[in-house]
Design a protein around this ligand. Structure first.
Ligand code: CLR
Length: 433
């Protein structure tokens, strides 16, 4: 379905095809969960958190009913729900426009956090997750590469772009809000249409917080400044996520500016990360900013860029289905699909095979808690065994290297996963479940 226009793009398309990446993904993903209503006991978050001030997510022992049936590996793959923004970015010959779409892509995942104040399952060391999308021709892969602190390395590739980085979050409950700081660096590589070049962008994610815990109305908020650099052209983007105040005015706001290498502001963008983001071209330096407060989603549909200085809609969030168990999005529901034709192909370490998470998805909370305990004990036993034999655990599919463009450390994917997958050669995988 992807029409390639350059040699760089078609080289990746060839790799996806030779690796038989789409095997197992022939059928449509499931649209619903087995469970209509989750019937989780309504326990106040505050009542269980109040004794846990200063603790991080791995040390906070919550009843399994505070979980949702996704693993952190799958939550991270939700960054790709709006991957079409990256394909759109590659249409433009103007690099500042490409930056605009890249910037909106980095803000788009937060829409899925609405109504999902729940703990994803903490992946076991060596746990993996793969996810292939046929329409956008991308393949996502991630591995839990560290247990303490919990870190996963991710790698997504498609003919026109790559998206990779490390999810390494430092979380803490400070007595009022639960704060998540993102330490990992993220990279996007674009291979624009009709230009035989590849350009690298990098950024760090904004902070997340669960606010409203004391009021009994917990919600996810994002705040802080993000800088995205295009290392090939020198263009950069500054994004500002506004922290939620005491009133709901200013909730969900994000705004940003895109500068070229000469520090000339070319585009401004703004809107609400739970709903929609608009942009407009700066015609002369004195022209107005976007009036973000009044930028509520109207009937407009996503449009091509306008060059006359009028605003246009770059992105809007997908409609949420009402009354879904655990308030999952349709995209999130597709992640843990247990279609046997697909399960045949995934590694034995894939999150889809986690028994505790599956029990949770079926609403079997006691079984989920028992299985979670069993898996964590098993992981502990394996670690003790390794320590006794003085063996250092190594990631199976990633290696830490210096980034060829930015020279920072990053996790490089060795591509072997998709080769092993073709022949089901999983003998090197640990037995973690
Ligand atoms: C947001 C999108 C990012 C990746 C990312 C990393 C950490 C996630 C966060 C997302 C969403 C909110 C999150 C957080 C870790 C913990 C927190 C799931 C997916 C939850 C809401 C905290 C629950 C708190 C308990 C005490 C119940 O690209």
């Amino acid at each position: 379905s992807t029409v390639v226009t350059t040699g760089l793009q078609s080289a990746i398309l060839d790799v996806l095809e030779t690796d038989q990446t789409f095997k197992g993904y022939e059928q449509e993903f499931r649209k619903t969960l087995k469970l209509d209503k989750d019937n989780r006991p309504k326990v106040s978050l505050w009542s269980v958190l109040k004794s846990m001030v200063g603790k991080d997510l791995t040390k906070i022992a919550l009843p399994v009913s505070f979980n949702e049936p996704t693993s952190m590996l799958q939550r991270v793959s939700e960054d790709l729900e709006y991957a079409s923004l990256l394909s759109q970015a590659t249409r433009f010959q103007d690099s500042t426009l490409r930056m605009l779409y890249v910037a909106v892509f980095t803000a788009s995942p937060y829409a899925s956090t609405i109504n999902r104040v729940a703990k994803p399952f903490n992946p076991l060391l060596g746990e993996t997750f793969e996810y292939v999308n046929k329409d956008e021709s991308y393949r996502f892969f991630t591995e839990q590469v560290s247990h303490h602190p919990p870190i996963c390395a991710t790698w997504t590739e498609s003919p026109k772009w790559d998206f990779y980085g490390e999810c390494n979050v430092d979380s803490k409950f400070n007595g009022r809000s639960f704060n998540v700081l993102h330490l990992g660096k993220w990279f996007i590589q674009l291979r624009p249409d009709n230009l035989n070049v590849q350009e690298t962008y990098s950024f760090k994610k904004p902070d997340n917080a669960v606010i409203g815990i004391l009021m009994g109305k917990p919600e996810v908020d994002n705040c802080g400044d993000v800088r995205i650099d295009n290392h090939a052209t020198g263009d950069y983007c500054l994004l500002h996520y506004k922290a939620r105040g005491w009133t709901s005015a200013g909730a969900f706001e994000v705004r940003g500016e895109i500068y070229d290498k000469d520090n000339v502001k070319q585009w401004v963008l703004g809107g609400h990360w739970n709903e929609s983001i608009y942009a407009k071209k700066m015609i002369n330096s004195s022209s107005d900013q976007l009036n973000v407060e009044s930028l509520r989603l109207d009937d407009s549909s996503v449009a091509d860029p306008k060059y006359d200085g009028s605003k246009f809609l770059v992105w809007k969030a997908n409609k949420r289905m009402p009354d879904v168990a655990f308030n999952l999005t349709s995209y999130a529901i597709s992640l843990n699909d247990e279609n046997p034709e697909l399960l045949k192909w995934v590694a034995p370490t894939d999150s889809r095979l986690r028994p505790d998470q599956r029990a949770m998805e079926y609403g079997e909370y006691d079984k989920a808690a028992d299985e979670k305990y069993r898996l964590e004990e098993k992981q502990r036993a394996i670690r003790r065994e390794r320590e006794a034999q003085n063996i250092k655990w190594q990631p199976k599919w990633f290696r830490k290297e210096a980034h060829p463009v930015t020279h920072e450390p990053f996790w490089k994917f060795d591509e072997q996963y998709w080769k092993s997958r073709q022949t089901h050669s999983w003998d090197t995988c640990d037995d973690i479940f």
